[in-house]
Each structure stands twice: as structure tokens, then as C-alpha cells.
Design a protein around this ligand. Structure first.
Ligand SMILES: *Cc1c(COP(=O)(O)O)cnc(C)c1O
Length: 332
């Protein structure tokens, strides 16, 4: 890879920590593998999460192209939109967010932060992809008419550039596990728009690490997400001029733990409680809680042996907790 030639703005303090989770492991029984937590919730900017790494190359490209406003879209509680607004503020650019109506519209969590970060917010008239896209195009036009130079970041920053950041993150993790003397067998994380997934898969293939990359869907269906991940890997390989082949069967999207997007499942609420009580580790109700619910279930099904090592990749998202107080407040 030759990413040095790509413009990039450093936003995240790297490497993020890799932490042991012994009390969580003990709570999951004697057959539980060693669990390490990759703390990408601690990427810093605007309350962090996986979107910070993904935005570094996008912000670099936006500035290199002379753009002055970042434009993107997402769910009403989108972490990606919140971090985009923070990245714009950090770089002295404007931010326009097109949000999909739906879940709660309470000014809480990410939506509250979007406002504090002074992003321009447009709520799409309907919760469909077509309505969001149309509103996004209108926003781009309105900005151009106002003499601005907008830079459009696709949903979730899941582009070859976003995936590249996660291929590098995988390499960062490999160095950390090597330092610990741990042979990593699997990484488990929540997959949604596919960029994190594509990057981690590309990373494991490029290093020929043999690590099993286990994506837990956020409600996403494998039939829809796997082709997106495959295409992002092709785009990443082209962009970096590396040869990279990832077979379709290596793209794992588990569908049993996501339920409906944006709706916490009972397993997710249980996983959030368990991580908090055993490790003081705070997960989120839309992504990382579902990913841990998947990991917990797989441990119960003996997917790994006790002498193996599994990395739980914490992708952040905690601000959304506060928009889901009704689902979680009763947790005891
Ligand atoms: C966006 C997001 C994900 C999913 O990452 P993708 O690259 O979009 O698949 C997982 N966790 C959190 C907290 C997120 O905000």
C-alpha cells in the first residue's frame, strides 16, 4: 500500500488502546476465550467512534480539493453525522447534515451534539433512501447556489478511503497483539454500511494473518451488505494499487443479533449491562451492544476454545445511549 500519497488530516490519537477484559471473560464461563477490547470508542474527536478514522482521508481530500463544507447523511442518531460535524469544526469548514426521520427525534444524544457543533441540519421528508438522496442533492445545490464548495461524504464514510483507514487499523491491532504475545483468532464488531468490515478484511488478507473477521449486522442483511463490502475492497485495492482477493465466503455478516436497525434487542440491552457491570465498559444501543450480544452467543455455542483470543472491536456510539433512555433506564 502507498497511502502516504493520499492527503490525510490526523484526527484520532493513535494507536487506540487494546485492553484485557478478564471480568467479562469470567462472567462468560470457563470455556470463554481470552477477550481483548480494541477501544476505537476512544478516537477522541467529537466523542469518538469508528467514523473518526474513516474521516481522516475524506477531510484530507476535501481540503485538497478546496471544498469548504462537508455534506453527509445518516439516521437521526447517526454517529457518522456527529463526527462529520466535529471534523468540519476542527478544520474550520461548514457542515450540512441530511438526517433520516424515524426513531426518536428528541434533541438528545447525537442530534443534540450536531446542534452544539453548529451543523446545518435538514430532516428528509420521508425515511426512505430515495427521499434522503433527493434531500441531499437539494442541499448540495443550495450550497452551490450560495457560493459554497460542498464535499459529499457517502453514508457512513464507507468508501475505499474509509475502508483504507480500517485496513490500517487492522495493522495497528496486529502490532499490538504481537507486542502482547497474543495470537489473535478472530475480531468481532458491528457492521452497518460496510466500510469498517471491508477495511478489516482487507487488512487481514494483506497481512495473511488468518484472523476470522466476524461482522455482526446492525440489522443489515448479508445478501445486501456482502456485495457492498466486496465492492469496497475492490475499490481499496485499486486506490492503493495492491492485488487483493477476498472470497465471498470470507464476508461474514451475522443476521441473528441486529433485529431492526436502531431498535435495541433484549440481547443488546443485556450485553450493555454485562460490559458495564464487569468492566466499567460502556457500549451503545445501536451497534456495539449488538456486536457484544453476538460474541456472547457465539461463546455459548463454542465457536472458540478457551485457549484462543478474540478481539471485540468497540466502534463507539455511546452518545446514542441518551436518546434510548426509555429502553435502558430500567436496566437493573
Ligand atoms: C457506523 C458505526 C458502525 C458500523 O460501521 P460501518 O463501517 O458503517 O459498517 C459500528 N458502530 C458504530 C458505533 C458506528 O457508528
Amino acid at each position: 500500500m502507498q497511502p502516504a500519497r493520499l492527503p490525510r488530516v490526523r484526527l484520532a490519537p493513535l494507536p487506540t488502546p487494546l485492553e484485557e477484559a478478564p471480568r467479562l471473560r469470567a462472567a462468560l464461563g470457563a470455556r470463554c476465550p481470552r477477550i481483548l477490547v480494541k477501544r476505537d470508542d476512544l478516537t477522541g474527536l467529537g466523542m469518538g467512534g469508528n467514523k473518526v478514522r474513516k474521516l481522516e482521508y475524506h477531510l484530507g481530500e476535501a481540503i485538497a480539493q478546496g471544498c469548504d463544507t462537508l455534506v453527509t447523511s445518516g439516521a437521526i442518531q447517526s454517529n457518522h453525522c456527529r463526527v462529520t460535524a466535529a471534523a468540519a469544526a476542527r478544520a474550520g469548514l461548514g457542515a450540512s447534515l441530511v438526517l433520516r426521520p424515524g426513531e426518536s427525534e428528541a434533541v438528545q444524544g447525537n442530534l443534540l451534539l450536531d446542534r452544539i457543533l453548529d451543523a446545518r441540519i435538514r430532516i428528509a421528508p420521508a425515511p426512505t433512501a430515495a427521499a434522503v438522496d433527493a434531500a441531499l442533492q437539494e442541499e448540495m445545490e443550495a450550497l452551490r447556489r450560495a457560493g459554497r464548495r460542498p464535499y459529499l461524504i457517502p453514508k457512513g464514510a464507507s468508501t475505499p478511503l474509509g475502508a483504507l483507514a480500517y485496513a490500517e487499523a487492522f495493522m495497528e491491532l496486529m502490532m499490538q497483539t504481537t507486542d502482547l504475545g497474543a495470537a489473535m483468532d478472530a475480531v468481532v464488531f458491528c457492521t452497518g454500511s460496510g466500510g469498517t468490515h471491508a477495511g478489516l478484511l482487507a487488512g487481514t488478507r494483506l497481512l495473511q494473518s488468518g484472523v476470522d473477521v466476524v461482522g455482526v449486522g446492525d440489522g443489515a442483511k448479508r445478501s445486501e451488505l456482502a456485495p457492498v463490502v466486496a465492492e469496497l475492497i475492490v475499490g481499496l485495492a485499486e486506490r492503493c494499487q495492491v492485488s487483493l482477493h477476498v472470497p465471498d465466503e470470507a464476508i461474514t455478516v451475522l443476521e441473528d443479533y441486529g433485529g431492526r436497525y436502531g431498535v435495541p434487542t433484549p440481547g443488546c440491552v443485556e450485553a450493555i449491562r454485562l460490559a458495564a457491570r464487569t468492566e466499567g465498559l460502556i457500549l451503545d444501543p445501536v451497534y456495539s451492544g449488538k456486536a457484544l450480544a453476538g460474541l456472547i452467543d457465539l461463546v455459548g455455542r463454542d465457536r472458540w476454545r478457551a485457549d484462543q483470543t478474540v478481539v471485540f472491536w468497540h466502534t463507539g456510539g455511546q452518545p446514542a445511549l441518551f436518546a434510548y433512555a426509555d429502553d435502558l433506564g430500567g436496566a437493573r
